[in-house]
Design a protein around this ligand. Structure first.
Ligand code: C2E
Length: 816
């Protein structure tokens, strides 16, 4: 290595120095370099002597070198400066350069400051990072030297307070930034820290210079010197406004959840067996379990015997699939009482979508369910007796048929109707009636097996279903047992009441296509039982069915007849025996059916009575007969009475009297030419009312005849009170009157009695000359019968009357 010749005593420094010693001329050419040059930069010194010093420097620092050189050339001073030199390996070495101009040369000392530069760089980087952290976390630092008593704020703290960077408040000024509510606290904790070194960590409110309220977390601690004296209080201030808002919201949420009337449960989805980590107060109230008991457990402790496995499976499936799930589940309270839990469960996901929890919202809907059940019960049960009603009966009947079919058994339907319940109800009152119905329901239920059904079908009608009979005949034991039980005395407020029932039975093997038909069949059979004397039963038969079907068909046809006016009136003459003169005619209805021809009134009148269709028919008959009577009387010289049959229903209707009055007025028929024929049955029913109506009719001038006399059971004492004009002796006594002395005796008795009571007598059903001769010889009466004439249409009776009122010579009435 070539050595530069040392000069004078200072040469040793030149050689040994850890700094670079360089001499350059005023043009910047290297003249002399110490050995450190080679050590530091890795170049050989000889190479570089005579070369411009600028070549050593990183191109970025060349302007610095040029500037310094220019100043030195002008013999100006140059302050030490830093440049980057490049080593032989291409690395950068930071040099602190001190240069001074001599007479002919420039002396340069350059010191390697690369390590310092690296530390500085690191420091700057750290400062920057600290600043970033402060800005990001909204934390600023501050300190107060005890000696000076002035707070020093970092830029972030300045920013927080809304003041420019470098703002230097007094302690008092710094305090005034705190909101009035927070001020006493910061004073207290700051003083305590200054005086006794107590650290503080407070969340307080400040008001920025722009009057914005912010929440800050202020942390402070004392710094002591080696003697333990507090020399400084330092700390940080962090803006936590957002966190506070979030916290407030969370608190609000928590309070809301706590206050909710719904039970809320949160379970940890990440832990084994999904333990509950939160339950609210409503959960405690609903279940009776305290938080301490519930937390940490799986919800399954709420389940019990009646918890439906299917519902449970649905709930588990939803949880397993991490989906929302809604169930109504039977749960149990702490005291073992079950309740209906309307439960919604939803997964709660974290930001990454992972299910961390499940939240369950539960509602105790037991009361609601019970109410619904009550409604359902009410819809299916009779309010008075609590028995199933018709609706439920239908379901049970269908089920019963299915069971009978499946297990090859028989189903029996009993139609139970109480005998004479209406009079009890009407006369003794509804309380008594209700009491009996409840008692009947109870007795029926007690006599039956649990799988049998008793339903209330109507007022005093009950249906019993026996869906499990081995043999059809088995039903009879039950029926007899029920009849006996129902006929046992009933007690109401110490009074004994007696009532019986009539029952109709229908059975089937379950294959019937329309189970309701069994009820109809049992109903038919029950009616038959009623007709057979009550407190008995009847079995449904096909024959019964046929009759009923005919009746149903007839009823439909009758309705059409009413609507299409298919009726006519025929008239049968009534003859006065003494004179042979026709004194009246009886109007007899004829139904001309377009397909079936004439249908006898004997076939349809009683049906029309049952169905109520008799009313429109009767009105028509009355009016037609009155009009025809007016016409007939207009054509004859002698008055002719019009006898019209009055049905019981017609007679009992309120307004009957009025309807007679009206028809007389409308047709102009003289009242004494109208004779109303009533049967004994009509008058038997409501005696007082009937007698009053008869008296009113008589007052109108209308005649009354008691029809079919002798066939009923009217008492003679009763007969004497009736304001009637005429008795019509039933034709059943006439048929054999000539030969049968008993019939003759009856006719004799009735006629004698009638005459004694001042009543006229009409003998019906005279068919032969012998009968007529026999009767006419004995009694002063009127006669009617085929012997004289059959009922005939209007035209025919009109000419018949003409003829009879201009009799032929023998003056005897003649058969047609
Ligand atoms: N065997 C026999 N029968 C005789 C003789 N003379 C008359 N008859 C029949 O005896 C019935 C007399 O009428 P009824 O006893 O009031 O009996 C009537 C009456 O109860 C009822 N009826 C007829 N028309 C009406 C009506 O317009 N209104 C009401 N409510 N019932 C009526 O129908 C019943 C039957 O009427 P019809 O079939 O017309 O039968 C009539 C008549 O044709 C006879 O010598 N021998």
């Amino acid at each position: 290595m070539p050595f530069v010749n040392p000069q004078g005593k200072l040469d040793q420094f030149f050689l040994l120095s850890q700094d670079l010693f360089i001499c350059i001329d005023f043009a910047g050419i290297l003249l002399n370099i110490n050995p450190m040059f080679e050590n530091l930069l890795g170049y050989s010194t000889s190479e570089w002597v005579g070369k411009p010093c600028g070549k050593l420097v990183d191109h970025r620092d060349i302007p610095v070198i040029e500037e310094a050189l220019s100043r030195l050339q002008s013999h100006k001073k140059v302050a030490p400066f830093d440049v980057r030199a490049l080593t032989a390996e291409g690395k950068v070495v930071w040099l602190e350069v001190t240069a001074a101009a001599g007479d002919r040369v420039i002396y340069v000392i350059a010191r390697d400051i690369s390590r310092r530069k690296a530390v500085e760089k690191q420091l700057i980087r750290n400062q920057r990072l600290f600043q970033i952290a402060g800005e990001t976390a909204l934390i600023g630092g501050w300190y107060v030297d005890m000696a000076e008593g002035l707070p020093i704020w970092s830029n972030e703290v300045c920013r927080l307070h809304g003041v420019p960077d470098g703002f230097k408040p007094t302690i008092e000024e710094a305090m005034t930034f705190y909101a009035p509510s927070s001020r006493p606290r910061i004073r207290e904790v700051f003083s305590a820290c200054c005086e006794s070194g107590t650290s503080f960590d407070e969340e307080l409110e400040i008001v920025t210079r722009q009057a914005v309220r912010l929440w800050v977390r202020v942390i402070g601690k004392a710094v002591r010197d080696e003697l333990g004296q507090i020399i400084q209080v330092q700390g940080s201030t962090q803006n936590i406004t957002e966190r506070k808002a979030t916290e407030r919201q969370l608190t609000l949420l928590e309070r809301s959840v706590e206050a909710s009337t719904n039970g809320v449960i949160i379970v940890d989805a990440q832990r084994q067996d999904l333990p509950m980590v939160y339950v609210n107060a409503a959960f405690e109230r609903i279940t009776g379990y305290s938080r301490t008991k519930a937390l940490g457990q799986n919800c399954r402790f709420l389940q019990g015997e009646e918890t439906d496995p299917a519902t449970l499976a649905k709930l588990r499936k939803g949880i397993y699939a991490q989906q929302d799930v809604h169930v109504v589940i039977r749960n149990y309270r702490c005291n073992g009482v079950p309740f209906w839990n309307d439960l919604y469960v939803s997964p709660v996901r974290d930001a990454a979508g992972l299910v961390t929890h499940f939240v369950g919202v539960q509602n105790d809907i037991t009361a609601q369910r019970e109410y619904q059940a009550q409604l359902r019960h009410n819809a299916n049960h009779d309010a008075l007796t609590g028995l199933p009603n018709r609706l439920m009966l239908d379901q049970r009947l269908s089920q019963g048929c299915l069971l009978a079919k499946r297990y090859r058994r028989y189903i029996a339907v009993l139609f139970v109707d109480l005998d004479d319940f209406k009079p009890i109800n009407d006369t003794l009152g509804h309380d008594v009636g209700d009491h009996i119905l409840i008692e009947v329901a109870k007795r029926l239920e007690e006599e039956l097996r649990p799988w049998d059904t008793v339903a209330r079908f109507g007022g005093d009608e009950f249906i019993v279903l026996l869906p499990d009979l081995a043999h059809e005949q088995d039903v009879l034991q039950v029926v007899e047992r029920l009849l006996a039980r129902l006929s046992a005395p009933y007690w109401y407020r110490d009074s004994e009441l007696r009532i019986t029932a009539s029952m109709g039975i229908a059975t089937d093997d379950g294959t019937i296509s329309e189970p309701r038909q069994l009820i109809q069949q049992a109903d038919l059979a029950m009616y038959k039982a009623k007709r057979q004397g009550r407190n008995t039963y009847q079995w449904y038969t096909d024959e019964l069915n046929r009759k009923v079907t005919n009746r149903v068909n007839l009823r439909h046809a009758l309705q059409q007849a009413i609507e299409q006016s298919q009726f006519e009136l025929h008239y049968q003459p009534q003859i006065q025996g003494a004179t042979g003169r026709v004194t009246g005619v009886e109007a007899l209805i004829r139904w001309y059916h377009p397909e079936r021809g004439y249908i006898s009134p004997a076939q349809f009148i009683s049906l029309a009575e049952d169905t109520g269709q008799i009313m429109p028919i009767s009105e028509w008959v009355l009016e037609r007969a009155c009009r025809d009577a007016v016409e007939l009387n207009a054509r004859t010289t002698m008055p002719v009475t019009m006898a019209v049959n009055i049905s019981p229903m017609q007679f009992q209707r309120a307004g009957f009297l009025l309807s007679i009055q009206r028809v007389l007025e409308q047709t102009g028929l003289a009242p004494d030419l109208l004779e109303l024929e009533l049967t004994e049955g009509v008058l038997m029913d409501s005696t007082e009312h009937a007698i009053q109506t008869l008296q009113d009719l008589r007052a109108l001038g209308v005649h009354i005849a008691l029809d079919d006399f002798g066939t009923g059971f009217s008492s003679l004492s009763y007969l004497k009170r009736l304001p009637i004009n005429k008795l019509k002796i039933d034709r059943s006594f006439i048929r054999d009157v000539v030969n049968d002395t008993r019939d003759a005796a009856i006719v004799d008795g009735v006629v004698t009695m009638a005459v004694k009571l001042g009543l006229e007598v009409l003998i019906e059903g005279v068919e032969t000359a012998a009968q007529y001769a026999y009767l006419n010889a004995r009694y002063c009466a009127h006669f009617q019968g085929f012997y004289f004439a059959r009922p005939m249409p209007m035209l025919a009776i009109s000419s018949y009357l003409n003829e009879s009122h201009h009799p032929r010579n023998d003056a005897e009435p003649h058969p047609m």
